[in-house]
Design a binder for this molecule. Structure first.
Ligand code: NDP
Length: 337
């Protein structure tokens, strides 16, 4: 790469805060020299907007822990330079989490400088944009499904409920579970999206109000397992209505971070609550999850749950996702304004 290319300016979104901790978001122009330290520099081809990115840009929750910050927790791109043996220029790579977009400058810039340990090769069979259509949300959905499988859940165990059905985690979970042969019950606050959710593979739709209010410690046994992106009363009710010996993978807090539950599902029905973290998940687990995504996620369904915009729409999309107005996944094509 020539010195000139190194000096080529690129656009970035920068989140800052003033002495009174008032947050502001600006589109700025950066050079490579401005980037944080790391042994690998990547040209960002595609990224996405996750719920967490929405929180970082709007400042609604304290996601950003280093100021100023270039947000963006997911990226796919091409290695420009690598100071270790991990990658070589031209390699296609993928990054999810590891505190990028929270404590280390992230994806919403033409280039990113990162630790090569955080990157994995772009899985065979997935384009940069497809990987970002999946993003952390979809990779987390796969981590949830793998955790249920490790617990012994199979399609023969019974139905699986997916909460936050229209969201990023929910849509990918529905698509993968249905391809694997599960009977999927989708819980949503947007029943108008029934046709979309059924198109993804949901067999039944329930109104999320059935789960979002305070409920009884134990209810009728309705499902063998759950993928929960919502937390709070919803997770408590999902646990209370899980069949004997079943399991629920909990990854999100769209309703709240509280868990107003009792021990009854655990001690009377042997239900397991499986915690899912994508950010610091070890590399072998990540690689396994991404290989499973490449194998078990129907590309036509992925396309049907994905919309695509350019850099200029990142902030608008971040606001919409926090307002619960985004359906499925949004890919940001960084080669487009
Ligand atoms: P989205 O915003 O795309 O989806 C969340 C969905 O939850 C919404 O589409 C909506 O679905 C539902 N929802 C929103 N608000 C409420 C509410 N007040 N009560 C009940 N349901 C609600 O987010 P993602 O799918 O990207 O992420 C989902 C959650 O998972 C987030 O909390 C996120 O922080 C977390 N997460 C955690 C990860 C981890 O590593 N543990 C990684 C990735 C995400 P509908 O309209 O269908 O009801």
């Amino acid at each position: 790469m020539s010195a000139n290319a190194e000096n080529t300016a690129f656009r970035a979104i920068l989140v800052s805060r003033d002495d009174n901790k008032k947050q502001s978001v600006d589109v700025v122009t950066l050079n490579e020299q401005d980037l944080m330290p790391g042994d690998v520099t990547v040209e960002v081809e595609a990224t996405t907007v996750n719920y967490k990115d929405g929180l970082a840009i709007t400042g609604k929750s304290p996601v950003v822990r280093h100021w100023p910050m270039v947000p963006g927790i997911d990226l796919a791109g091409t290695v420009i330079r690598c100071d270790s043996n991990a990658f070589k220029p031209g390699d296609k790579v993928l990054l999810n989490g590891f505190g990028v977009g929270e404590v280390h400058w992230g994806a919403y810039a033409g280039k990113a400088r990162l630790a090569s340990d955080w990157l994995i090769p772009l899985p065979t069979g997935l384009s940069a944009k497809e990987a970002m259509a999946v993003g952390t949300a979809g990779y987390t959905a796969m981590l949830c499904i793998m955790a249920l499988e490790r617990h012994g859940i199979t399609p023969a165990s019974g139905p699986v409920v997916v909460t936050g059905a229209n969201g990023g985690v929910g849509t990918v979970a529905i698509a993968v579970l249905s391809k694997l042969g599960y009977h999927v019950i989708a819980s949503t606050g947007r029943p108008s999206e029934e046709a979309f959710l059924k198109g993804l593979g949901a067999a039944e739709i329930i109104d999320r109000k059935e789960l979002s209010e305070p409920g009884r410690p134990l209810g009728k046994e309705r499902w063998a397992a759950g993928v929960d992106a919502v937390g709070s009363h919803t997770l408590a009710n999902v646990l209370a209505q899980t069949k004997y010996g079943g399991a629920v993978a909990a990854c999100g807090l769209a309703q709240g971070f509280d868990l107003p539950s009792t021990v009854m599902p655990f001690i009377l029905r042997g239900v397991a609550l499986l915690g899912i973290d994508s950010v610091m998940a070890p590399k072998p687990l990540r690689i396994e999850a991404w290989n499973r995504i490449a194998r078990d996620l129907d590309r036509t369904k992925l396309a049907s749950l994905t919309s695509e915009v350019g850099f200029d729409d990142i902030i608008k999309t971040a606001e919409a996702i926090v307002d619960g107005k985004v359906r499925g996944r949004v890919v940001i094509d960084m080669t487009r304004a």
